[in-house]
Design a protein around this ligand. Structure first.
Ligand code: FAD
Ligand code: NAD
Length: 398
């Protein structure tokens, strides 16, 4: 009898958790397990604001896939997914086609553009290793260029669009880096402007008011100018235009104003909302018993709050593990039954630079160094889970 072919698309938090669970649960030759990813490495998206600002080496924010998978049980294909043809049970890659019996889609997210003119062309809007490297180099180049063209003060103006988690974590990190950049390039700190522009009336909407107050004060003390309650309506070579007509001339605009599911979802004609497929309790795409969607490509409704769960690594990881367990059972003729997916939100921590953070762990509020330690602990736990003590010591920040 031919053995079933399980294909996992994307080696992010969801995809890696699915693969690691499958390789633990299944014997070699029980199923063909194939992982497809565009890079040869898995990167820690949750760390990317640090290499992007230049405060953490990008190499420590990634790990080679071959070092964490068991090649006797899992075949890795490095390629880009272009489209999924569900009727033919086939995936179209850049260089070939791959057939599947069971498919797990974990391709992550892309920037939400809201149709804003100039956004894709003039802003830094991707969060991956290459974009982080590029942004770090660009920031340094702005400082270096300013020294040769001192009349262009806009080179030292940085606008971060969106004061959600990504925007705040990045702008805080950049604020921490600025003194060192000023020293290196002999630039007066007073000339450097950091703007955080948010459509909502506060930073980090969703956190408790006292934690928001703490974060606001921390950002202001680092020299971040907060513009709240006004969305950006246009981006250009010169900078940004706000909804009230005000223009900010800036050499750098970083877009962190929200995400949507990977465009492969819409291209493959799955019914979706902002590129996210509303899955059932088994993470199945509507109408398919053998296609599962996890992580940022999936939409799961929090019935209590009557809104979708946010796209987070925490949930992506849990989805990956759940689908790994269910698939192991399914290929054995549902020997252990199927479990419905129910996310467990352990807490949330937002970093405010190298030495500061805020967080909610259960009902407990954390600020300052205790929150920083919890954030590091989350990173260490993840590294330990995917690569043991060795990876934790090699890639963790201590
Ligand atoms: P990803 O982890 O994004 O992985 C997708 C994978 O698919 C990648 O390896 C990518 O290269 C690959 N891929 C994409 N397209 C293709 C293609 N066409 N073909 C082949 N491969 C492809 N969440 C938290 O819970 N805690 C945090 O602290 C946190 N911090 C964050 C910090 C930043 C700066 C950002 C941007 C996000 C953060 N998030 C955090 C959100 C979290 O990173 C995402 O929710 C999570 O990465 C989603 O996991 P995923 O598996 O769906 O996708
Ligand atoms: P987000 O959707 O959480 O925040 C985007 C922010 O941009 C919102 O506050 C929104 O009001 C604002 N915005 C939208 N359009 C705008 C405009 N035109 N001008 C100005 N502001 C605008 O997106 P994110 O911060 O990228 O986070 C994405 C996901 O990743 C979320 O689920 C988040 O929880 C998760 N994440 C978590 C962490 C963490 O846990 N530490 C860190 C980063 C990201």
């Amino acid at each position: 009898m031919p053995i079933p072919k399980i294909v996992i698309l994307g080696a992010g938090y969801g995809g890696i958790a699915a693969v690691l669970t499958l390789q633990k649960k299944m014997k070699a030759r029980e199923a063909d397990i194939i992982l497809i990813n565009k890079n040869e490495y898995h990167y820690f998206t949750t760390k990317l604001h640090e290499p992007a600002a230049g405060t953490f080496p990008h190499n420590k924010a990634r790990v080679d896939i071959k070092n964490i998978i068991n090649s006797k049980k899992v075949k890795f294909i490095q390629d880009t997914v272009l489209e999924i043809r569900t009727r033919e049970r086939t995936i179209i890659l850049k260089s070939k086609k791959v057939a599947y019996d069971y498919l797990v889609i974990g391709l992550g997210s892309e920037p939400e553009t809201f149709g804003i003119p100039g956004l894709m062309k003039y802003t830094f809007n991707r969060w991956n290793i290459n974009s982080a490297r590029q942004l770090k180099e660009h920031i340094e180049y702005q400082f270096a260029t300013y020294r040769n063209e001192p009349e262009r003060t806009e080179l030292l103006t940085f606008v971060v669009a969106g004061a959600g988690f990504t925007g705040i974590e990045f702008v805080s990190e950049l604020a921490d880096r600025v003194p060192a950049l000023c020293k290196e390039y002999d630039v007066d700190r007073e000339l450097v402007r950091l703007f955080s522009v948010e459509a909502n009336s506060s930073v980090l909407p969703g956190f408790e008011p006292d934690l928001v107050k703490y974060a606001t004060a921390a950002l202001q003390s680092k020299g971040v100018d907060l513009i709240l309650g006004i969305p950006i309506k246009e981006c250009s070579k010169e900078g940004v235009v706000l909804a009230n007509g005000k223009k900010i001339k800036a050499g750098t605009v970083v877009w962190a104003a929200g995400v949507r599911g990977n465009s492969v979802i819409e291209r493959s004609r799955f019914p979706s909302v902002r590129g996210r497929v509303e899955v059932d309790k088994y993470l199945c795409a509507p109408g398919y018993e053998n296609v599962f969607v996890i992580g940022d490509c999936a939409l799961v409704i929090d019935r209590e709050k009557r809104r979708p769960y946010p796209p987070t690594a925490q949930i992506a990881e849990q989805m990956g593990k759940a689908i790994g367990e269910n698939l192991a059972s399914m290929v054995r003729g549902n020997k252990y039954g199927k479990k419905a997916f129910r996310p467990v939100i352990r807490g949330t921590v937002a970093s405010l630079g190298r030495q500061d953070a805020i967080g909610m762990i259960g009902r407990r509020k954390l600020t300052g160094y205790p929150a920083v330690i919890v954030k590091r602990f989350i990173d260490w736990r993840y590294l330990f889970m995917i690569g043991g003590v060795k990876l934790m010591l090699k890639k963790g920040s201590f």
